[in-house]
Every structure is written in C-alpha cells, then in structure tokens.
Design a protein around this ligand. Sequence first.
Ligand SMILES: [Cu+2]
Length: 133
Amino acid sequence: MAASPCLRGVLMSVALLFFVASGCRPAAHDEDGISIEQTIAPQPARVGTETISFRLTDASHQPVSGAHVQVEGDMSHPGMAPVFADATEVSPGSYTAQLPFTMGGDWVVLFHITLSNGRKVERQIGVKGVESN
Ligand SMILES: [Cu+2]
C-alpha cells in the first residue's frame, strides 16, 4: 500500500508528459502543411544531369511561390561528395533544378526550402537505381 501514492505520482508525470508532447503537435503539423510533388527526367534516371521538376503547395493546396530551394543529392555510402543545385521557379509554385548525379546507385535528394516569409522546410525523396552510363 505504501507504493500507491508513488504510483499515482508516476501516473501524473506520465499524463503531464503526454500533455506537453500533445501541445507540440500543432507546430509540427504546420510545418507539414507544405507538400512537394516531383518528377525526374529523363527516365530512367542515369548518371549525368537530371532535371528535377517539383511543385510546392501549402495546406490549402495553393501553389507556394517565391521560395528559394537548394536541392542536394547524397548517396548513403562514405566517401561520396554531395551534389547541389539551386532551383528556379518557372511558374507560380513550380520549380526546376538540374542535379548532376555523379554515380549509379541509390540516392537521397534533399530539398532545403526557404519560404518567402523566411521559414525553413526540409523535404526528402529517395531516387533509387540511378543507372550507370
Ligand atoms: Cu556513390
């Protein structure tokens, strides 16, 4: 019976932690409001310069214009230098970047997005099986 007050204390702490954690979610959801939809051409992706076209939309599916986006390509194994390309906005919310894939294999492409209001958003996609020349 002596354990009971202690157990109550633990339960209250857990409940408090849960409350605090729940309170953080709206911010994360706000950041998740930005969606990215991309195409890579030509296909299949191969070593050399590929054009990455992507569209940014907000939580209400409106185009996100005026963002500065740096695109970064990485491979998972050590000793590979990342490759970079700055994206150009070709029409409101639609951007393209010329990314030089320097080796065949699986890549991860990161989008470092700075919105027009200065807020930073990161997105990433996997580009698997880039073909060697
Ligand atoms: Cu590599």
